[in-house]
Design a protein around this ligand. Structure first.
Ligand code: ZN
Length: 502
């Protein structure tokens, strides 16, 4: 058994190395690569990804997993080896269900579709992307249908990024959340939005970046095992547990941009950096789902980084960094500015209160498309109608409507969006548990101390990597299934203090 387990680990390590190389090529493409490298880079990544996939779906891996099954069932459920075998088997079974030809057809199509979108968006040309989206929908359905026996056609696609979650359960959680959020957003946005002009003075980029780096250093981001570089669309990626990268962008006249994207991506990175080193090189060495991942980025960005306590400590430092811009601005004015709530058209710029409304619109539209109750040609209209009913806004064109998010143009339709809102809900549930265990955490934050919070997250969430599914992890950490209550309480308390809510 020892020998078989070793053989499995050796194979998985090789696959891990190939995937790490793909991640590095991808990071380089998004940071330093000259544009002339694009065509060759796309091919190189496709070649390495294909090799990794072929090495994984080979019958030898299946045989090794079969022969290790009984052995693993006799180990404790949460042991490294039992978890490795269990998680690898699930992933093997899923990966072998989709024919490689269908998968390559999808990737090839997604690359072409993405190209067309990059030109269609600035030209407000939905007609250009429509045939591509129709094919994307068709291919997404074909991929979903490789997993027969689902309750909803979106289930297999949701399962790819949020394993164990289903359309029906997500829908139920979202319906509940929407019922609470719509009136809350209404009550706030009917008031005059906070003045945020202090965020739009001229802020020298280098000082903005240095400030963000100093904060995440305090958070516990390990620069010995990580670094930050510049990009167009901030993201986090990892080549190994000893090398985790974050990226950001900076805008001279918007203090939000670099700072909060840095805190956000550092949250993702600290999750990966906190995974037990024993798991490095295995499929367990990554965050367990897109929802849990987003819960960590949101926790460090919002629950910590946009809290009053945090700014009690950091605002004087920010004023020292930018004395001419902020010297005469009260902390309360600044705090209101970074927490300004307004109805807006763009998901990625949305505040904590309205953000989830944007996500739920996309989630519902995805389900309708997959179900066949909405046709691609009617998607722009359906989009506008939902923005009107949920946010009371109408985009003047599709540029800030259905063309705004890359997800459907560079990936599948289905499973792309629910993780963002699940993450927000989880962030409050986890934070509550951390404070319950260590009531000094809010006072620590007011003093720029994060080790207790970081340590609790490492102990309860990070170290496990993907040993447990999101549902298993939530159950272990909170003692029950996912509930929106802590998140709603968090929003009501925070924004009740900021706005007059009766
Ligand atoms: Zn994120």
């Amino acid at each position: 058994m020892e020998q078989k387990l070793q053989e499995l680990k050796t194979r998985l390590l090789e696959i891990n190395d190939l995937n790490g190389a793909v991640a590095l090529l991808n990071w380089d493409q998004s940071t330093y690569m000259p544009p002339g490298g694009a065509a060759a880079r796309g091919r190189q990544m496709a070649t390495l990804s294909r090799l990794a996939h072929e090495k994984f779906i080979t019958p030898e891996v299946g045989n090794l997993l079969d022969s290790l099954q009984t052995y693993s069932e006799n180990l404790p459920y949460d042991s490294d080896d039992a978890s490795l075998i269990r998680v690898t088997r699930r992933s093997y079974e899923k990966s072998t269900k989709v024919p490689p030809a269908l998968l390559s057809a999808f990737y090839e199509h997604a690359a072409a579709s993405y190209q067309v979108w990059t030109e269609a968006r600035p030209n407000n040309d939905f007609a250009a992307v429509q045939p591509y989206l129709e094919k994307t929908l068709d291919l997404s359905r074909q991929i979903a249908n490789c997993y027969p026996g689902y309750d909803h056609i979106a289930d297999p696609l949701i399962d790819m990024s949020d394993e164990g979650m289903k359309a029906e359960s997500v829908r139920a959680v979202f319906a509940n959340l929407r019922e609470q959020l719509v009136p809350l957003a209404q009550a706030i946005t009917s008031q005059t939005p906070a003045d945020n002009s202090c965020l739009h003075e001229a802020y020298p980029p280098d000082e903005q970046l240095a400030f963000g780096r100093a904060v995440i250093k305090d958070y516990g981001f390990d620069f010995h095992r990580g670094r930050q570089d510049m990009t167009h669309h901030p993201f986090m990626t990892k080549f190994a547990l000893g090398d985790v990268r974050i990226t950001t962008r900076v805008k001279e006249t918007d203090l939000n941009e670099a700072l909060f994207s840095t805190l956000h991506e550092a949250g993702h990175a600290m999750y990966e950096l906190g995974i037990n080193m024993n798991l490095d090189g295995t499929p367990l060495a990554e965050g367990t789902s897109s929802g849990v991942h987003e819960s960590q980025s949101r926790l460090w960005e919002n629950l910590v980084g946009r809290s009053r306590g945090f700014w009690k400590y950091y605002y004087p430092k920010l004023q020292q960094t930018f004395p001419t811009q902020l010297g005469g601005v009260e902390m309360d004015t600044f705090y209101r500015a970074i927490n300004r709530v307004e109805r807006s058209l763009i998901r990625t710029d949305a505040d904590e209160v309205t953000y989830n409304l944007h996500v739920m619109i996309r989630f519902d539209l995805e389900l309708a498309l997959l179900e066949g109750t909405l046709a691609i040609k009617d998607l722009p209209e359906a989009w506008h109608a939902r923005y009107q009913s949920d946010l009371g806004l109408q985009a003047p064109s599709d540029v800030n409507g259905v063309l705004q998010d890359v997800h459907w143009y560079g990936g599948m339709i289905g499973g792309a969006f629910q993780g963002y809102t699940l993450g927000n809900i989880m962030s409050a549930a986890f934070f509550d548990k951390a404070v319950e265990a260590h009531p000094q955490i809010p006072t620590d934050i007011e003093q720029g101390k994060f080790e207790t919070l970081h340590g609790w997250l490492r102990e309860n969430i990070y170290q496990h990597g993907s040993k447990f599914t999101a549902n298993e992890l939530i159950e272990r950490v909170t003692g029950g299934p996912l509930t929106i209550d802590p998140y709603i309480t968090y929003l009501r308390t925070k924004f009740g203090d900021l706005y007059d809510l009766s």
